[in-house]
Design a protein around this ligand. Structure first.
Ligand SMILES: [Zn+2]
Length: 204
């Protein structure tokens, strides 16, 4: 598997930089793991390759991996679309439900349920090339966001979970603390001499 890194972005300083991680997946070795969405239809990438006679036939709307757990975002046909879809802009109209993570993340106090939001930064994007060598070289390339960060939690991975039959976007933070407490409740616990309990929480 190829592994190269590029740094994008910066520019005016408004958008923080992110890394592009390049990966390759050969369908001659791992079959029937990639589903491709094209013109409202869905197929295995092997079927897309078999039916293709021209480069144009390899165009697609999005693709995704079947063997991931938890599920990560779908792959977009361009880097720009991957960023847009992630933030909820210009979502694809291909008859397939689209979920997005947005530009902010919210935290909820475990005690009083007060919520706060913080900016979400994209830190890593995956560029995946899915290809076959049989009977000749054919490939499709897709992009998706694979790592984000917030000032409070540091880095994390965008994932999807099934919640009450609905797919929901979540972030799996690498930070081992998964409970949040607001400053007000933290002060109250400290006032009651229970500051030792704060060790389990991220304070916002
Ligand atoms: Zn609170």
């Amino acid at each position: 598997m190829g592994f190269f890194k590029k740094i994008f972005g910066g520019g005016g300083g408004a958008e923080p930089q992110f890394e592009v991680v390049e990966n390759r997946l050969c369908t001659d070795l791992t079959r029937y793991q990639v589903r491709v969405r094209k013109h409202g239809q869905e197929m295995y990438v092997e079927e897309l390759f078999q039916a293709a006679t021209k480069t144009k036939d390899l165009q697609f709307g999005r693709f995704f991996l079947l063997n991931e757990n938890p599920f990560n975002p779908h792959f977009a046909p361009s880097l720009e679309e991957a960023i847009d879809w992630f933030k909820g802009r210009h979502l694809p109209k291909d008859g397939y439900p689209s979920i997005f993570w947005g530009k902010e993340v919210s935290f909820q106090c475990s005690i009083c349920h007060k919520e706060a939001t913080a900016p979400l930064f994209i830190t890593k994007v995956e560029q995946l090339s899915v290809y076959t060598n049989v009977p000749m070289l054919m490939e499709i390339v897709g992009w998706r966001v694979i790592e984000v960060a917030s000032d409070l939690m540091g880095p994390g991975m965008p994932c999807k979970i099934l919640d009450m039959f609905k797919t929901k976007p979540i972030i799996k933070w690498f930070n081992p603390k998964s409970k949040f407490i607001c400053l007000g409740c933290a002060h109250r616990l400290t006032g009651m001499g229970r500051q030792a309990e704060l060790e389990d929480y991220v304070i916002f």
